[in-house]
Design a protein around this ligand. Structure first.
Ligand SMILES: [Zn+2]
Length: 263
């Protein structure tokens, strides 16, 4: 099954959310990821004469699920894929670590990874070339820790970092420039980061999304994906005022530093 010919349309919602709409050319049945708001999805589907086959849910924050009831009113046969433990009322297909999601219309096959931390039951959907990671990994940053733990999020990000470098990263928010600001606090001399900032500034100035990113770019520029890099460890330890043995401690220091002093 080919995974290459796929249009992935970013539908903007609220101030900075992206709802990803996955469309196979020649097929009218599409899939959306994390529809926090129904309006932009319905507008797009109606204007392009598309039908909704499925909804993928990475986690149950309102800005990722709020549009589901209205979408199901219009498309009552759409399947809703979400984590088994999420207790999402509209769930029709409970998934968990290792589940395979197959959407026959647009010929999509994803596997599911559990990537807890931002929430306790956050999941990601992956195929050979792309990753839909909700609020776990952002371009140049990561989600906050809400109902999961710092250790879980550190481990989830490390696991995502093991994906092939060319994997495209479709996160759920346009936070890139803001995240770059903090990344520069951590690594002011990271040339790849400074170059990325120029690219992101240019794209934002032209009203274009800065995402998708790639795992390779995150490994070069995202401090939360660089927890073993000497410069990142040194910055975290300097901020903490003591040694931070192990990537989990480095992660917690960076995340709390950003929460308290930057965001
Ligand atoms: Zn969230």
């Amino acid at each position: 099954m080919t995974q290459t010919l796929l249009n992935i349309v970013p539908l903007r919602a609220f101030a900075d959310n992206y709802i990803w709409c996955l469309e196979r050319p020649g097929c009218s049945r599409v899939v959306v990821v994390d529809p926090g708001d129904a309006a932009p999805v319905l507008q797009h589907l109606h204007s392009a004469d598309l039908e909704l086959e499925g909804i993928l849910v990475t986690h149950c924050h309102q800005d990722h699920i709020g549009g589901i009831p209205r979408l199901l009113q219009q498309f009552p046969n759409a399947d809703v894929y979400a984590a088994e433990q999420s207790r999402l009322p509209y769930l029709t297909q409970a998934v968990g670590e290792g589940s395979v999601v197959e959407l026959a219309g647009p010929q999509l096959v994803f596997k599911v990874w559990e990537v807890p931390g931002h929430t306790a039951h956050h999941i990601a959907f992956l195929d050979e070339v792309r990753l839909f990671c909700g609020d776990t990994l952002f371009a140049n940053g990561c989600g906050r820790v809400f109902t999961g733990t710092f250790e879980q999020l550190a481990d989830s990000l490390r696991r995502l970092g093991s994906l092939p470098e060319e994997t495209q990263v479709y996160c759920a928010h346009e936070y890139t420039l803001d995240n770059i600001g903090f990344a520069k606090w951590v690594e002011p001399d990271n040339a790849a980061l400074l170059q990325r900032e120029q690219v992101a500034l240019e794209r934002v100035a032209h009203g274009k999304p800065t995402v998708p990113s790639t795992i390779g770019l995150e490994l070069q520029t995202n401090p939360f994906m660089r927890l073993d890099q000497p410069a990142v460890v040194a910055a975290a330890e300097q901020h903490a005022g003591h040694a931070l043995p192990g990537y989990r401690k480095v992660f917690r220091e960076l995340r709390e530093w950003k929460d308290r002093e930057y965001d």
